[in-house]
Write a new protein. Sequence first.
Length: 474
Amino acid sequence: MTTSAKQALPDPTSVTDHAFMQLALAEARLAAASGEVPVGAVVVKDGRVIGRGHNQTIARHDPSAHAEIVALREAGAALGNYRLDGCSLYVTLEPCAMCSGALLQARVARVVFGAAEPKTGAAGSVLDLFSEPRLNHQTTVQGGVAEHDCSLALQHFFQARRATQRQQARAAHPLRDDAVRTPDRAFADLPDYPWTPRYLSDLPALGGLRLHYLDEGPVDAPVTWLCLHGNPGWSYLYRHMLPVWLAAGHRVVAPDMPGFGRSDKPKKPAAHRFEWHRQVLLELVQRLDLQRVVLVVQDWGGILGLTLPMAEPSRYQGLLVMNTLLATGDEPLSPGFLAWREMCRSKPMFDVGRLMKRAVPHLSAEACAAYNAPFPDRGHRAALQAFPPMVPEHPDSPGAEVSRQARDFWLHQWSGRSLMVVGATDPVLGLPVMRRLREQIRGCPEPWVLPEAGHFVQEHGAPIALRAVEYFKP
């Protein structure tokens, strides 16, 4: 046999590894069939399988019942020994820290895994327990065996589960004939927005429309931040502030108003009315029974949100207000706002992401795409058409009277703390408008002016959130 022929022969170790990994994949399929994450494992000694296992955490109500642990237990019983000297473990997914520790404790000689696990892998992805020289046992590791097959099993499982969840969501929240719903795929893999979507459709004011909201952190937190977005934003606008507040142990609730974000979108602009949107927010606060609230508002989040606390003052303990106004109808709207309203009228298909980029130059292309995500076509843009002319302009405009009542509340009855942050370069609701608003809020200190910020102050949100944590500390 020639040298080249010898080189062409398959590596016996790789062939054997692949064969045993197929047995682990068979175990993974058993996990998938029972609704568990499809991870399978086998323990091999002297070419013979002595232990098999697949994920059974749900079935056994046992957080330790990972495939590796189940296989190790079976192998230990087969050998009559908790030491598994000379054994190899084959697993379809890189072991986590728990399983890696168990493998080291069992004195397993070799670990072979298929797909890497970038979130929890402890064999090289997140950390590498097996290479820790201070441990008294060394286990060799080989990754990437049958990686494609192992990854595909996981991908198919999660795709199927997401499809089932979408079907269940549609069944739980059927779409009204007079509304549209942005497909879930439009919101896949948004940068810096990892939170679980929540939905409800049974608020009386919604009339069956599905409302999306984020609700993160403990229900009994010392502070609940109620974050209201404006037009054309959505809850994505608060993505830099949420992590700061959650790290402080607080609760954050951030809804998407109907017509925006992941909420259902009425097809006709006439469906959007000031009092309707206000009523939806009032009912949401009551449904979630929000307490110890710091109201966080900007743009339309303030135009609507500043009218909420007077309905139930005991729920609110603070106000964080950014570039907005109380639209009472008895003062002229700013020239900047009138120019914005005319732009929206003359260019109804304006690019939301491009608008955000002009206002926030450091915004990434991915973030711009995220702002565009809720509005894939003209049929999803009714709210963008409706909101600019909906700002109360005259004393008898819808919403003007309740806004004047709110002004009296903030000026004479408000007893909580207030923090005002202003983006200085905002041409629509900048410093002159905010100074006038400050005069209408009892006890509001001088605003914190951000010279580099424009209208969308939340894009500079992490430092603001940090200061707010200290300012509103109970």
